[in-house]
Design a protein around this ligand. Structure first.
Ligand code: IMP
Ligand code: MG
Length: 192
């Protein structure tokens, strides 16, 4: 049975406009997986997904990766309902197992200010992986505050707030198949 894409249950004043279709996302992920596998040769890969936004990206990426692959998850505090990062990052769920000596691929939904990624890289590097690389589905380079880059980037996008395919606004919209721009009564950001 063909899956029907979920429709957005928008609240008053909120509108969503498709930026990246599910087809484009799936094609790009397949190409990223191919590149990642080539870079790591036949070595085992340990994927660390950042909850919750990266779950959808990770689930599709891992199924395009051949060879030996294992998974773990980590969670950090994020925006809550706001669209601006507080800059304060806190670990709310640690890894289940040691990553020492492993080829770790940190999988994140979006690189925005980079503050979350900077924090995560510090935490993970302390655990002495053999290699550490970063894969993000989306990158908003215009917003960067911390000097971090990803090794694998799905799409570079403009400075707009996006939802869908795992990305949320106050925990809503993760179920959309496309990545869409969320706007609030014609404005790009809600009045806070
Ligand atoms: P950073 O610390 O500012 O780079 O923010 C990273 C986190 O903020 C991501 O993991 C997302 O959860 C969230 N985030 C940043 N930009 C967006 C967006 O446009 N839509 C939804 N979540 C976002
Ligand atoms: Mg989020």
């Amino acid at each position: 049975m063909k899956k029907k894409p979920a429709r957005a249950a928008t609240k008053a004043g909120e509108t969503v406009r498709v930026l990246l279709s599910r087809k484009r996302i799936q094609e790009r992920i397949a190409a990223m997986a191919h590149q990642i596998r080539r870079d790591f040769g036949g070595e085992p890969l340990h994927l660390v997904g950042v909850l919750k936004g990266a779950v959808f990206f990770l689930a599709d990426l891992v199924r395009c990766l051949s060879g030996e692959v294992s998974l773990d998850f980590i969670a950090v505090s994020s925006y809550g309902k706001k669209t601006e990062s507080s800059g304060q990052v806190r670990l709310t769920k640690d890894l289940d197992s040691s990553i020492e000596g492993k080829n770790v691929l940190l999988v994140e939904d979006i690189l925005d200010t980079g503050l979350t990624m900077q924090y995560l890289l510090r935490v993970i590097e302390q655990r002495r992986p053999k290699r550490l690389r970063v894969a993000v589905l989306l990158d908003k380079p215009d917003r960067r505050q911390a000097p971090v880059t990803a090794d694998y980037v799905g799409f570079r996008i403009p400075n707009e707030f996006v939802v869908g395919y795992g990305l949320d606004y106050g925990e809503r919209y993760r179920n959309l198949h496309d990545v869409s721009v969320l706007s609030f009564g014609g404005r790009a950001k809600p009045a806070e």
